[in-house]
Design a protein around this ligand. Structure first.
Ligand SMILES: Cc1cc2nc3c(=O)[nH]c(=O)nc-3n(C[C@H](O)[C@H](O)[C@H](O)COP(=O)(O)OP(=O)(O)OC[C@H]3O[C@@H](n4cnc5c(N)ncnc54)[C@H](O)[C@@H]3O)c2cc1C
Length: 413
């Protein structure tokens, strides 16, 4: 007995978009969510502000996505950043653009955006059931025909969409169930790993810098003493290492080498806007001006207070030394450390702190024009459960919304 046209498992970004589009196409849609309320993860995205998408042009956008961004050609061709922004505006969420092409709700409130999205999906006629976890997918003659819920109910539908997300931030409901459903059916799951994560460091000063937030710094990453990556932006210290936008993005590039236990050093340039010569001239000028005061006072003009103690420890010069007594070799030492403050990296955060999950259902086994499984008819995969990942900057949510939209309009009646 068929109860619905479609069952969408997971009311996150991709599942809600898919369910709503299918309902607008005249389908009877059941959207099942295991948590008490829908879209728990969306509510905390972008540090509570939700970086919805990025307005970078498609070719540039694609460079931020791996491992197989060509898979998204159809999804982005159908519903890309401009369409997503227009969609949100149409449901009453005004947006704004920020540095780096990132798009946020004008209110800076992910919760407001989430509530508008949930209101919209209900209005399309979707039947949304929370506190309903799906335990298994029902398959007959290599076709998906329904689901079994945790409490043992069988619900039948013509199509099933798996939108269960990844494994990161499991407290939001994304605990990797979709990978289990997929592998049971015979899908290949590319190796799962936490991605866009804070990085660990054993440096003894890390704890004392916890909470320090640095803006406009440059980072060069050395692996086995060879420069491999660079980035510019914001970095934060936490109690076990470093995080913040540039660290999260670099973590995506560095993870392989970290797991392989290669020697990795992040070299911070606190004054990237100044060449060594310019910085040296500034130091000379400052030292002339504050000659009678201590090194500590000189450093106060160059860095945040919290950093000074660690900085002078590394310099090996007393913070009480009078600036006028600094030798040119000591000035050179200050200069070098301002431009090359090294932090050795020894590991990475786990799923609890990862923004996304790397790996997932192989895109080779999914039709890119519809998101339907190539192995099981009437079964669809969308969002983070797929083997797709991207940098921070709004790219991951766009993947979720675009794949959700494409599946929603492609479902067979
Ligand atoms: C802290 C944080 C901040 C982020 N900020 C941003 C950002 O600003 N911009 C950006 O682009 N990306 C951001 N991301 C990433 C982005 O949130 C995800 O990539 C995106 O939410 C994935 O959408 P999804 O629909 O695939 O999965 P999810 O949003 O994870 O939704 C999956 C849903 O399925 C439900 N579910 C799982 N299993 C079952 C089951 N068995 N039965 C029923 N329901 C089930 C879950 O409860 C969940 O509600 C952030 C992630 C985190 C953790």
């Amino acid at each position: 007995m068929i109860n619905f046209d479609v069952i969408v498992i997971g009311a996150g970004a991709s599942g809600i978009m898919c369910a709503g589009q299918a309902a607008l196409n005249g389908m009877q849609v059941l959207l099942l969510e295991k948590m008490r309320m829908p879209a728990c993860k969306l509510r905390i995205t972008g540090k509570g502000r939700c970086n919805i998408t990025n307005i970078a042009e498609k070719a540039v956008f694609m460079q931020h996505i791996g491992p197989d961004n060509r898979f998204l050609h159809n999804a982005f061709g159908t519903f890309f950043s401009q369409e997503l922004v227009e969609f949100f505006e149409s449901i009453g969420v005004k947006t704004k653009r920020e540095q780096g092409g990132r798009v946020f709700p004008q209110s800076n409130r992910a919760i407001e955006l989430t509530e508008a999205l949930v209101k919209w999906v209900r209005k399309t006629g979707v039947s949304l059931q929370c506190k309903t976890a799906v335990k298994d997918i029902l398959i007959e003659n290599e076709q998906a025909v329904g689901v079994i819920t945790q409490d043992g109910r069988k619900i039948f539908a013509k199509s099933i969409v798996i939108a269960t997300g990844g494994k990161s931030y499991p407290a939001t409901g994304s605990t990797g169930d979709g990978y289990n459903f997929a592998s049971k059916i015979g899908h290949t799951i590319a190796l799962l790993h936490p991605l866009l994560v804070p990085l660990r460091s054993d440096e003894n000063f890390i704890k004392s810098l916890s909470g320090l937030h640095l803006k406009n710094i440059a980072v060069n990453v050395f692996v086995e003493n060879i420069k491999k990556h660079e980035a510019f932006g914001e970095l934060e210290f936490n109690d076990f290492g470093i995080e913040g936008p540039i660290v999260l993005s670099l973590s995506r590039k560095c993870l392989h080498d970290i797991v392989a236990k290669k020697k990795m050093v992040f070299v911070l340039d606190f004054k990237p806007g100044l060449s060594e010569l310019q910085l040296d001239n500034r130091l000379k000028r400052d030292i002339d001006t504050v000659g009678k005061t201590a090194l500590y006072d000189l450093l106060r003009g160059l860095m945040m207070h919290q950093l000074i103690k660690v900085f002078v420890q590394r310099l090996g010069i007393s913070q009480d030394k009078k600036c006028g007594q600094l030798t040119s070799a000591e000035r050179e030492k200050i200069l070098k450390l301002l431009k090359n403050f090294s932090i050795s990296i020894t590991g990475h955060g786990n799923y609890d702190r990862a923004i996304i999950t790397g790996g997932g259902v192989s895109t080779k086994e999914i039709h890119p024009k519809t998101m339907e499984s190539k192995l099981v008819q009437n079964l669809y995969f969308i969002g983070e459960v797929l083997d797709l990942d991207a940098d921070t900057g709004g790219y991951n949510l766009q993947i979720a919304f675009s794949t959700g939209y494409l599946a929603g309009i492609s479902l067979k009646k």
